[in-house]
Design a protein around this ligand. Structure first.
Ligand code: SAM
Length: 204
């Protein structure tokens, strides 16, 4: 799978379909990010969210398997240190743990088995008091959302070689792996959800 071919139009395409909601959803919970946090962003795309992080965060580790996405993100001017990895998150050697992981429109790329694998990676790299911020689509059963999802999966299979054919139940996988949802905000008639997860041993 590669998003290299659609890097130049990715953000414009997202905005054309979902309007500002797709951007708002990705940053709505950023007030939960403490300054001085170490942040992991898998599948960050063009990197515009970097401009919305606290300017005094300690370090951002930015992992994307698309070289064009990484190059675009690298051109952004931010005040905190960012380590860019052109790699799949599954194959990245991440040094140390993170207080924040941001997975925006990332779990939707994968099959249930792959999401399971990635969730375990996130779990092992998140501190016990850390939080996972997710923005993504969800299956509501609403007819027009089912059609739109089918069109999106077909489109991304053709242009990006995305193997997943349907939206995995990523929330269920997170919960099975010990994550607890502590807050959610929805957009586009509940089609998009922004959720904050912590680990079940958060208070122990
Ligand atoms: C749907 S885009 C979302 C980009 C961004 N998070 C956003 O919402 O604007 C998914 C991104 O994940 C990257 N990606 C795909 N598979 C990946 C993997 N295994 N590890 C890291 N990044 C990956 C793609 O290159 C792409 O930039």
């Amino acid at each position: 799978m590669t998003f290299d071919h659609i890097t130049p139009i990715y953000d414009r395409l997202a905005r054309a379909i979902f309007g500002k909601a797709i951007f708002r959803s990705q940053i709505v919970h950023f007030n939960r990010i403490k300054s001085d946090a170490r942040i992991l962003i898998p599948g960050g795309g063009t990197g515009w969210i970097l401009h919305h992080l606290p300017p005094d965060c300690k370090e951002v580790v930015y992992v994307d398997s698309s070289l064009n996405m990484i190059e675009k993100a690298r051109k952004l001017n931010v005040q905190f240190p960012v380590s860019y990895y052109h790699a799949c998150i599954e194959n990245t050697n991440l040094n140390g743990k993170f207080e924040i992981v941001i997975a925006n429109f990332f779990f939707d790329l994968f099959t249930e088995e792959e999401v399971e694998r990635i969730v375990r990676i996130v779990d092992s790299n998140l501190t016990s008091s850390g939080i996972l911020l997710v923005s993504d689509f969800r299956n509501t059963g609403i007819w027009w959302q089912r059609i739109l999802l089918a069109i999106m999966y077909l489109f991304f299979r053709i242009v990006a070689g995305m193997p997943a054919k349907r939206l995995a139940d990523w929330k269920n996988i997170l919960i099975k792996n010990g994550f607890i949802s502590i807050s959610e905000t929805t957009y586009c008639h509940d089609f998009i959800v922004s959720e904050i997860f912590c680990k079940s041993n958060f208070n122990s």
